[in-house]
Design a protein around this ligand. Structure first.
Ligand SMILES: C[S@@+](CC[C@H](N)C(=O)[O-])C[C@H]1O[C@@H](n2cnc3c(N)ncnc32)[C@H](O)[C@@H]1O
Length: 249
């Protein structure tokens, strides 16, 4: 396990015992917001109701159990054993099964699924090379002609917006001081902290999409929907595996 993976996993461990709606972003999201995001994911994946789908990085199933009813069956996988156990407790009669697996080494045969969703996961992978492996694993297990959603990618071209979000938060000095001074005040109050200490993995989303297109994959780029401020700095790729298998590795 790399240091980054270990650092994130100790965060995710704490989510297993928290309010279930915490396990998407780290702060509780309302049922309405989660439902709305799940609808967008199902629409982007063009689910009709008869698919067998995979959710990679499903956490406790907080989103999976919402969009799974737009498919016939969903398999949710997550690296974190405690979250997988929590998902199994919370699932009720939703058409989902959960198991532990690593996004970069999925324990499924080629072409097994009709759709793959991976939302809010790439942001906490160790590095871009790992992310490329995870993307190709998702593309390997989806059938030709089907869609893979790689969602919630922090976009390096929108990093300034994330910095702005971090310095907002309703503090009095955010409203009265210009941006440069705000950072000075913030550093005085929280020495050593900067938005870059968030541990997020940043993507040049346009370049990441271009790499996939160069392999012959069809790639759509979407702005994230309004959810946990992700719409301010994250974007989502929807990748279609060619029906001919020409480009998939
Ligand atoms: C921020 S949560 C997002 C959960 C859910 N997809 C959502 O958007 O609500 C990220 C999840 O990805 C999982 N994860 C991180 N790295 C992973 C990996 N290499 N393989 C599988 N899951 C991973 C974490 O354990 C965590 O549950």
């Amino acid at each position: 396990m790399t240091a980054t993976l270990q650092q994130w996993q100790s965060v995710f461990d704490t989510w297993a015992d928290a309010d279930p709606n915490v396990a998407s972003t780290g702060v509780p999201q309302s049922d309405l917001e989660l439902d709305a995001l799940a609808r967008v994911l199902a629409d982007w994946l063009q689910l009709r109701g008869d698919e067998v789908a995979l959710d990679v990085g499903c956490a406790n199933g907080v989103l999976t159990t919402r969009w799974c009813r737009r498919a016939r069956h969903v398999v949710g996988v997550d690296y974190n054993q405690r979250l997988v156990e929590r998902a199994q407790q919370l699932v009720g009669d939703a058409p989902v099964s959960f198991q532990r697996a690593d996004a970069a080494a999925l324990p499924f045969p080629d072409d097994r699924f009709d759709a793959v969703c991976c939302y809010g996961v790439f942001c906490c992978l160790p590095d871009l090379e790992f992310a490329r492996r995870a993307a190709h694993e998702a593309l390997r297990v989806v059938r030709p002609g089907a869609r893979v959603l790689l969602g919630g990618l922090p976009d390096a071209r929108r990093r300034a917006r994330f910095h702005d979000l971090c310095e907002a938060g309703g503090r009095w000095y955010s409203r009265v001081l210009p941006r440069r001074l705000r950072w000075g005040v913030k550093r005085l109050l929280r020495p050593g902290w900067s938005p870059d200490a968030s541990g997020l993995l940043w993507f040049d989303v346009e370049d990441f999409a271009a790499e996939l297109r160069a392999e012959g994959l069809l790639v759509e780029i979407h702005d994230d929907p309004p959810y946990a401020d992700y719409d301010r700095y994250r974007r989502t790729l929807v990748v279609t595996k060619p029906a001919t298998e020409r480009a998939a590795r």
